[in-house]
Design a protein around this ligand. Structure first.
Ligand SMILES: NC(=O)c1ccc[n+]([C@@H]2O[C@H](COP(=O)([O-])OP(=O)(O)OC[C@H]3O[C@@H](n4cnc5c(N)ncnc54)[C@H](O)[C@@H]3O)[C@@H](O)[C@H]2O)c1
Length: 366
Protein backbone atom coordinates (compact mmCIF):
# COMPACT_ATOMS: atom_id res chain seq x y z
CA UNK A 1 0.00 0.00 0.00
CA UNK A 2 1.19 3.48 -0.83
CA UNK A 3 2.26 5.81 2.01
CA UNK A 4 0.36 8.69 0.37
CA UNK A 5 -2.68 9.40 -1.78
CA UNK A 6 -2.27 8.82 -5.53
CA UNK A 7 -3.45 11.43 -8.04
CA UNK A 8 -5.56 9.81 -10.76
CA UNK A 9 -5.99 12.72 -13.22
CA UNK A 10 -5.79 11.30 -16.75
CA UNK A 11 -4.39 14.32 -18.60
CA UNK A 12 -1.39 16.45 -17.63
CA UNK A 13 -1.04 17.02 -13.87
CA UNK A 14 -2.52 20.44 -13.01
CA UNK A 15 0.18 22.34 -11.10
CA UNK A 16 0.17 25.50 -9.05
CA UNK A 17 3.58 27.07 -8.59
CA UNK A 18 4.24 29.21 -5.52
CA UNK A 19 7.09 31.73 -5.83
CA UNK A 20 7.94 33.61 -9.01
CA UNK A 21 11.41 34.92 -8.11
CA UNK A 22 14.78 33.97 -9.61
CA UNK A 23 14.46 30.19 -9.23
CA UNK A 24 10.72 30.43 -9.88
CA UNK A 25 11.54 31.54 -13.43
CA UNK A 26 13.59 28.36 -13.99
CA UNK A 27 10.66 26.27 -12.68
CA UNK A 28 8.21 28.07 -14.99
CA UNK A 29 10.35 27.15 -18.01
CA UNK A 30 10.76 23.55 -16.78
CA UNK A 31 7.01 23.06 -16.19
CA UNK A 32 6.27 24.62 -19.59
CA UNK A 33 8.64 22.16 -21.30
CA UNK A 34 7.15 19.02 -19.67
CA UNK A 35 4.07 17.69 -21.52
CA UNK A 36 3.00 15.63 -18.49
CA UNK A 37 2.21 18.76 -16.44
CA UNK A 38 0.20 21.93 -16.97
CA UNK A 39 0.57 25.19 -15.06
CA UNK A 40 -2.88 26.29 -13.85
CA UNK A 41 -1.84 28.79 -11.17
CA UNK A 42 1.06 31.02 -10.17
CA UNK A 43 1.15 32.32 -6.60
CA UNK A 44 3.34 35.07 -5.20
CA UNK A 45 2.93 37.55 -2.35
CA UNK A 46 3.65 40.16 -5.02
CA UNK A 47 1.08 39.73 -7.82
CA UNK A 48 3.07 41.96 -10.20
CA UNK A 49 6.06 39.63 -9.82
CA UNK A 50 3.85 36.69 -10.81
CA UNK A 51 2.25 38.43 -13.78
CA UNK A 52 5.56 39.81 -15.06
CA UNK A 53 7.20 36.38 -14.78
CA UNK A 54 4.44 34.80 -16.90
CA UNK A 55 4.73 37.50 -19.57
CA UNK A 56 8.52 37.54 -19.70
CA UNK A 57 8.76 33.73 -19.81
CA UNK A 58 6.15 33.63 -22.60
CA UNK A 59 3.78 31.37 -20.62
CA UNK A 60 0.31 31.59 -22.17
CA UNK A 61 -2.96 29.83 -21.37
CA UNK A 62 -5.36 30.29 -18.49
CA UNK A 63 -2.97 30.64 -15.56
CA UNK A 64 -4.63 32.00 -12.41
CA UNK A 65 -2.43 34.42 -10.46
CA UNK A 66 -3.09 34.84 -6.74
CA UNK A 67 -1.46 35.43 -3.34
CA UNK A 68 -2.28 31.98 -1.89
CA UNK A 69 -2.77 28.42 -3.11
CA UNK A 70 -6.30 28.36 -1.66
CA UNK A 71 -7.33 31.30 -3.86
CA UNK A 72 -6.14 29.40 -6.93
CA UNK A 73 -7.86 26.17 -5.80
CA UNK A 74 -11.16 28.06 -5.40
CA UNK A 75 -11.00 29.10 -9.05
CA UNK A 76 -9.57 26.03 -10.81
CA UNK A 77 -8.85 22.33 -10.05
CA UNK A 78 -5.31 21.75 -8.72
CA UNK A 79 -3.56 18.34 -8.57
CA UNK A 80 -0.24 19.33 -7.03
CA UNK A 81 1.96 22.27 -6.01
CA UNK A 82 5.59 23.27 -6.56
CA UNK A 83 6.95 25.47 -3.76
CA UNK A 84 9.73 27.83 -4.92
CA UNK A 85 9.38 30.43 -2.18
CA UNK A 86 12.16 31.55 0.16
CA UNK A 87 13.09 28.91 2.80
CA UNK A 88 11.28 30.69 5.67
CA UNK A 89 8.00 30.44 3.71
CA UNK A 90 8.37 26.74 2.86
CA UNK A 91 6.59 25.40 5.97
CA UNK A 92 3.50 27.68 5.91
CA UNK A 93 3.02 27.18 2.17
CA UNK A 94 3.54 23.40 2.40
CA UNK A 95 1.14 23.09 5.35
CA UNK A 96 -1.55 25.11 3.56
CA UNK A 97 -1.28 22.89 0.48
CA UNK A 98 -1.13 19.57 2.35
CA UNK A 99 -4.12 20.49 4.52
CA UNK A 100 -6.06 21.25 1.31
CA UNK A 101 -5.24 17.76 -0.02
CA UNK A 102 -2.55 18.96 -2.45
CA UNK A 103 0.79 17.08 -2.66
CA UNK A 104 3.89 19.30 -2.84
CA UNK A 105 7.30 19.33 -4.48
CA UNK A 106 9.29 21.84 -2.41
CA UNK A 107 12.63 23.46 -3.23
CA UNK A 108 15.59 22.76 -0.98
CA UNK A 109 16.34 23.51 1.83
CA UNK A 110 13.18 21.90 3.23
CA UNK A 111 13.05 24.57 5.98
CA UNK A 112 15.47 26.92 7.74
CA UNK A 113 15.58 24.56 10.75
CA UNK A 114 15.55 20.82 11.27
CA UNK A 115 12.70 21.26 13.75
CA UNK A 116 10.45 22.74 11.04
CA UNK A 117 11.58 20.12 8.52
CA UNK A 118 10.30 17.47 10.94
CA UNK A 119 7.04 19.35 11.53
CA UNK A 120 6.11 19.52 7.86
CA UNK A 121 7.09 15.86 7.30
CA UNK A 122 4.62 14.97 10.07
CA UNK A 123 1.91 17.21 8.59
CA UNK A 124 2.30 15.36 5.26
CA UNK A 125 1.89 12.02 7.06
CA UNK A 126 -1.25 13.22 8.90
CA UNK A 127 -2.91 14.28 5.64
CA UNK A 128 -1.68 11.23 3.69
CA UNK A 129 -0.17 13.49 1.01
CA UNK A 130 3.30 13.40 -0.58
CA UNK A 131 5.77 16.12 0.43
CA UNK A 132 8.94 15.70 -1.63
CA UNK A 133 12.01 17.94 -1.35
CA UNK A 134 13.58 18.85 -4.68
CA UNK A 135 17.31 18.14 -4.40
CA UNK A 136 18.06 18.92 -8.02
CA UNK A 137 21.70 17.77 -7.98
CA UNK A 138 20.57 14.15 -7.60
CA UNK A 139 19.39 14.30 -11.21
CA UNK A 140 22.33 14.03 -13.59
CA UNK A 141 22.68 11.25 -16.15
CA UNK A 142 26.39 10.99 -15.24
CA UNK A 143 25.55 10.58 -11.54
CA UNK A 144 23.07 7.83 -12.46
CA UNK A 145 25.84 6.14 -14.47
CA UNK A 146 28.20 6.41 -11.48
CA UNK A 147 25.51 5.04 -9.14
CA UNK A 148 25.09 1.99 -11.39
CA UNK A 149 28.79 1.19 -10.85
CA UNK A 150 28.63 1.34 -7.04
CA UNK A 151 27.93 -2.39 -6.62
CA UNK A 152 31.26 -3.12 -8.35
CA UNK A 153 33.37 -1.42 -5.67
CA UNK A 154 31.47 -2.80 -2.67
CA UNK A 155 30.97 -0.92 0.58
CA UNK A 156 32.34 2.62 0.21
CA UNK A 157 35.25 3.22 2.61
CA UNK A 158 35.65 6.86 1.60
CA UNK A 159 34.11 9.32 -0.80
CA UNK A 160 35.15 12.91 -1.32
CA UNK A 161 34.04 16.04 -3.12
CA UNK A 162 36.31 18.89 -4.11
CA UNK A 163 34.11 21.90 -4.85
CA UNK A 164 35.81 25.08 -6.06
CA UNK A 165 33.92 27.99 -7.63
CA UNK A 166 34.39 31.72 -7.96
CA UNK A 167 30.78 32.59 -7.10
CA UNK A 168 29.57 36.16 -7.32
CA UNK A 169 25.97 36.61 -6.12
CA UNK A 170 24.35 39.86 -5.38
CA UNK A 171 22.13 39.84 -2.30
CA UNK A 172 21.65 37.70 0.79
CA UNK A 173 24.28 35.00 0.19
CA UNK A 174 27.14 37.48 0.46
CA UNK A 175 25.82 38.69 3.84
CA UNK A 176 24.72 35.44 5.55
CA UNK A 177 26.65 33.39 8.10
CA UNK A 178 28.00 30.04 6.79
CA UNK A 179 26.99 30.76 3.15
CA UNK A 180 28.82 27.79 1.60
CA UNK A 181 27.63 25.23 4.17
CA UNK A 182 24.02 26.41 4.31
CA UNK A 183 23.27 27.52 0.77
CA UNK A 184 25.44 25.17 -1.32
CA UNK A 185 26.87 22.18 0.53
CA UNK A 186 23.42 20.66 1.15
CA UNK A 187 23.55 19.59 -2.51
CA UNK A 188 26.81 17.65 -2.12
CA UNK A 189 25.87 16.35 1.36
CA UNK A 190 22.60 15.04 -0.06
CA UNK A 191 24.38 13.25 -2.93
CA UNK A 192 26.89 11.84 -0.42
CA UNK A 193 24.02 9.95 1.28
CA UNK A 194 23.24 8.35 -2.10
CA UNK A 195 26.87 7.44 -2.78
CA UNK A 196 27.57 6.13 0.73
CA UNK A 197 24.37 4.06 0.76
CA UNK A 198 23.99 4.84 4.47
CA UNK A 199 23.02 7.68 6.80
CA UNK A 200 25.51 10.06 8.48
CA UNK A 201 26.32 9.74 12.19
CA UNK A 202 28.94 12.38 13.07
CA UNK A 203 30.93 15.30 11.64
CA UNK A 204 33.96 17.46 12.27
CA UNK A 205 34.17 20.69 10.30
CA UNK A 206 36.49 23.64 9.86
CA UNK A 207 35.41 26.86 8.14
CA UNK A 208 37.24 30.05 7.24
CA UNK A 209 37.02 33.15 5.13
CA UNK A 210 40.12 34.00 3.05
CA UNK A 211 41.42 37.60 3.14
CA UNK A 212 40.29 38.19 -0.45
CA UNK A 213 36.74 36.86 0.11
CA UNK A 214 33.82 39.08 -0.91
CA UNK A 215 31.51 37.11 1.48
CA UNK A 216 30.79 38.30 5.04
CA UNK A 217 30.53 34.67 6.30
CA UNK A 218 32.97 31.81 5.76
CA UNK A 219 33.28 31.07 2.06
CA UNK A 220 35.42 27.95 2.56
CA UNK A 221 34.60 24.78 4.52
CA UNK A 222 36.19 21.39 5.12
CA UNK A 223 34.05 18.66 6.69
CA UNK A 224 34.61 14.97 7.49
CA UNK A 225 31.46 12.88 8.05
CA UNK A 226 31.31 9.38 9.50
CA UNK A 227 28.49 7.21 8.13
CA UNK A 228 26.60 4.33 9.78
CA UNK A 229 28.41 1.95 7.38
CA UNK A 230 31.74 3.04 8.93
CA UNK A 231 32.70 4.85 5.70
CA UNK A 232 33.84 8.47 5.66
CA UNK A 233 32.78 11.34 3.39
CA UNK A 234 35.04 14.37 3.01
CA UNK A 235 33.84 17.70 1.60
CA UNK A 236 36.27 20.49 0.83
CA UNK A 237 34.82 23.55 -0.82
CA UNK A 238 35.34 27.18 -1.69
CA UNK A 239 33.18 29.88 -3.21
CA UNK A 240 36.17 32.19 -3.68
CA UNK A 241 38.33 29.97 -5.87
CA UNK A 242 39.75 32.68 -8.12
CA UNK A 243 42.03 30.25 -9.97
CA UNK A 244 40.81 26.82 -11.16
CA UNK A 245 37.15 25.83 -10.83
CA UNK A 246 35.31 22.48 -10.61
CA UNK A 247 31.78 21.93 -11.94
CA UNK A 248 28.88 23.00 -9.70
CA UNK A 249 28.54 19.34 -8.67
CA UNK A 250 32.18 19.30 -7.56
CA UNK A 251 34.66 16.56 -8.45
CA UNK A 252 34.01 13.14 -6.85
CA UNK A 253 36.24 10.19 -5.87
CA UNK A 254 34.56 7.11 -4.40
CA UNK A 255 36.72 4.27 -3.02
CA UNK A 256 35.87 0.72 -1.92
CA UNK A 257 37.56 -2.67 -1.73
CA UNK A 258 36.65 -3.25 -5.39
CA UNK A 259 38.33 -0.08 -6.69
CA UNK A 260 37.56 3.57 -7.41
CA UNK A 261 34.80 5.49 -9.18
CA UNK A 262 35.67 8.99 -10.36
CA UNK A 263 33.18 11.59 -11.59
CA UNK A 264 34.37 15.01 -12.75
CA UNK A 265 30.95 16.48 -11.90
CA UNK A 266 30.18 16.88 -15.62
CA UNK A 267 29.99 13.88 -17.98
CA UNK A 268 33.23 12.01 -17.34
CA UNK A 269 32.65 8.89 -15.20
CA UNK A 270 35.45 6.33 -14.77
CA UNK A 271 35.83 3.07 -12.89
CA UNK A 272 39.30 1.95 -11.91
CA UNK A 273 38.84 -1.65 -10.64
CA UNK A 274 41.17 -2.90 -7.90
CA UNK A 275 44.34 -4.24 -9.52
CA UNK A 276 43.57 -2.61 -12.88
CA UNK A 277 44.99 0.88 -12.40
CA UNK A 278 46.42 0.86 -15.92
CA UNK A 279 43.02 0.07 -17.44
CA UNK A 280 40.46 2.64 -16.26
CA UNK A 281 37.02 2.11 -17.79
CA UNK A 282 35.16 5.11 -19.19
CA UNK A 283 31.44 4.64 -18.43
CA UNK A 284 28.93 5.66 -21.12
CA UNK A 285 26.54 8.43 -20.03
CA UNK A 286 23.13 8.33 -21.73
CA UNK A 287 21.75 11.51 -23.30
CA UNK A 288 18.18 12.80 -23.26
CA UNK A 289 17.63 12.09 -19.54
CA UNK A 290 15.79 14.94 -17.75
CA UNK A 291 18.34 16.54 -15.43
CA UNK A 292 18.29 18.89 -12.43
CA UNK A 293 14.83 20.30 -11.65
CA UNK A 294 13.36 18.63 -14.77
CA UNK A 295 14.49 15.29 -13.33
CA UNK A 296 13.09 16.14 -9.93
CA UNK A 297 9.74 17.14 -11.46
CA UNK A 298 9.66 13.87 -13.44
CA UNK A 299 10.23 11.80 -10.28
CA UNK A 300 7.57 13.76 -8.36
CA UNK A 301 4.93 13.37 -11.08
CA UNK A 302 5.72 9.64 -11.40
CA UNK A 303 5.41 9.23 -7.62
CA UNK A 304 2.06 11.00 -7.20
CA UNK A 305 0.62 9.05 -10.13
CA UNK A 306 1.98 5.63 -9.10
CA UNK A 307 2.04 5.92 -5.32
CA UNK A 308 5.67 4.76 -5.38
CA UNK A 309 7.77 6.52 -2.71
CA UNK A 310 10.35 8.89 -4.26
CA UNK A 311 13.92 9.12 -2.90
CA UNK A 312 13.66 12.57 -1.31
CA UNK A 313 10.54 12.51 0.80
CA UNK A 314 10.48 15.20 3.48
CA UNK A 315 10.99 12.46 6.09
CA UNK A 316 14.13 11.16 4.34
CA UNK A 317 15.50 14.62 3.51
CA UNK A 318 15.88 15.51 7.21
CA UNK A 319 19.14 13.51 7.09
CA UNK A 320 20.58 15.91 4.49
CA UNK A 321 19.47 18.97 6.45
CA UNK A 322 20.88 17.39 9.63
CA UNK A 323 24.27 17.16 7.90
CA UNK A 324 24.17 20.92 7.30
CA UNK A 325 23.01 21.86 10.82
CA UNK A 326 25.57 19.52 12.38
CA UNK A 327 28.43 20.78 10.18
CA UNK A 328 27.59 24.37 11.15
CA UNK A 329 27.56 23.36 14.83
CA UNK A 330 30.88 21.54 14.43
CA UNK A 331 32.46 24.58 12.73
CA UNK A 332 31.19 26.91 15.46
CA UNK A 333 32.28 24.73 18.40
CA UNK A 334 35.35 23.02 16.99
CA UNK A 335 33.90 19.75 18.39
CA UNK A 336 32.89 16.48 16.71
CA UNK A 337 29.07 16.61 16.48
CA UNK A 338 26.82 13.56 16.92
CA UNK A 339 24.28 13.92 14.07
CA UNK A 340 21.76 11.53 15.66
CA UNK A 341 21.77 13.70 18.79
CA UNK A 342 21.13 16.80 16.65
CA UNK A 343 18.21 15.05 14.94
CA UNK A 344 16.75 13.77 18.20
CA UNK A 345 16.94 17.25 19.76
CA UNK A 346 15.18 18.80 16.74
CA UNK A 347 12.48 16.13 16.84
CA UNK A 348 11.94 16.67 20.58
CA UNK A 349 11.69 20.43 19.97
CA UNK A 350 9.15 19.85 17.20
CA UNK A 351 7.02 17.62 19.47
CA UNK A 352 7.15 20.18 22.29
CA UNK A 353 6.28 23.07 19.96
CA UNK A 354 3.43 21.31 18.12
CA UNK A 355 -0.15 22.19 19.16
CA UNK A 356 -2.01 19.69 16.94
CA UNK A 357 -2.28 16.27 18.70
CA UNK A 358 -2.42 14.37 15.38
CA UNK A 359 0.78 16.04 14.14
CA UNK A 360 2.41 15.45 17.53
CA UNK A 361 1.51 11.75 17.29
CA UNK A 362 2.92 11.58 13.74
CA UNK A 363 6.15 13.27 14.90
CA UNK A 364 6.59 10.55 17.50
CA UNK A 365 6.75 7.96 14.68
CA UNK A 366 9.50 9.73 12.70
N1 LIG B 1 18.02 23.89 -6.73
C1 LIG B 1 18.82 24.91 -6.90
O1 LIG B 1 19.89 24.79 -7.46
C2 LIG B 1 18.39 26.26 -6.40
C3 LIG B 1 18.97 27.43 -6.91
C4 LIG B 1 18.51 28.67 -6.44
C5 LIG B 1 17.51 28.73 -5.48
N2 LIG B 1 16.98 27.57 -4.98
C6 LIG B 1 15.93 27.60 -3.94
O2 LIG B 1 14.73 28.10 -4.51
C7 LIG B 1 13.98 28.83 -3.53
C8 LIG B 1 13.64 30.22 -4.06
O3 LIG B 1 14.85 30.93 -4.30
P1 LIG B 1 14.85 32.25 -5.21
O4 LIG B 1 16.29 32.54 -5.46
O5 LIG B 1 13.93 32.09 -6.37
O6 LIG B 1 14.25 33.34 -4.20
P2 LIG B 1 13.60 34.76 -4.60
O7 LIG B 1 13.69 35.60 -3.38
O8 LIG B 1 14.18 35.26 -5.89
O9 LIG B 1 12.06 34.42 -4.92
C9 LIG B 1 11.17 33.96 -3.95
C10 LIG B 1 9.75 34.40 -4.33
O10 LIG B 1 8.84 33.84 -3.40
C11 LIG B 1 7.87 34.81 -3.06
N3 LIG B 1 7.33 34.48 -1.74
C12 LIG B 1 7.94 34.56 -0.53
N4 LIG B 1 7.14 34.12 0.45
C13 LIG B 1 5.98 33.76 -0.14
C14 LIG B 1 4.76 33.23 0.34
N5 LIG B 1 4.56 33.00 1.64
N6 LIG B 1 3.77 32.99 -0.55
C15 LIG B 1 3.95 33.21 -1.86
N7 LIG B 1 5.11 33.72 -2.39
C16 LIG B 1 6.10 33.99 -1.54
C17 LIG B 1 8.61 36.14 -3.07
O11 LIG B 1 7.71 37.22 -3.24
C18 LIG B 1 9.56 35.93 -4.26
O12 LIG B 1 8.97 36.38 -5.49
C19 LIG B 1 14.83 28.80 -2.25
O13 LIG B 1 14.42 27.74 -1.42
C20 LIG B 1 16.25 28.53 -2.79
O14 LIG B 1 17.09 27.89 -1.84
C21 LIG B 1 17.39 26.35 -5.44
Amino acid sequence: MSAFRRVTTDGPLRLVQVGAGGMGRAWLRTIDADPDVELVGLVDLDLDTARTALIEEGIGGDVVTARTISEVAERTPVDAAVNVTVPVAHLPVNVEALAAGIPVLCEKPAAPSLRDAYRQAAVAAVHGELLMISQSRRYFAALDAAREQLARIGSVSNASTRFFREAHFSGFREQMAHPLLIDMAIHQFDVARVVMGAEPVSVVCDEHNPSWSWFAGAAEAHAVFEFASGGRYVFTGSWVSVGEETSWNGEWWINGAGGTIRWDGADDVRVIPAGARARPERIAVPSGVPEEIAGSLREFVGAVRSGETPESTAASNVHSLAMVESAVQAAETGERVDIDAVRRAALAAAIEYEQDPAVRAALATL
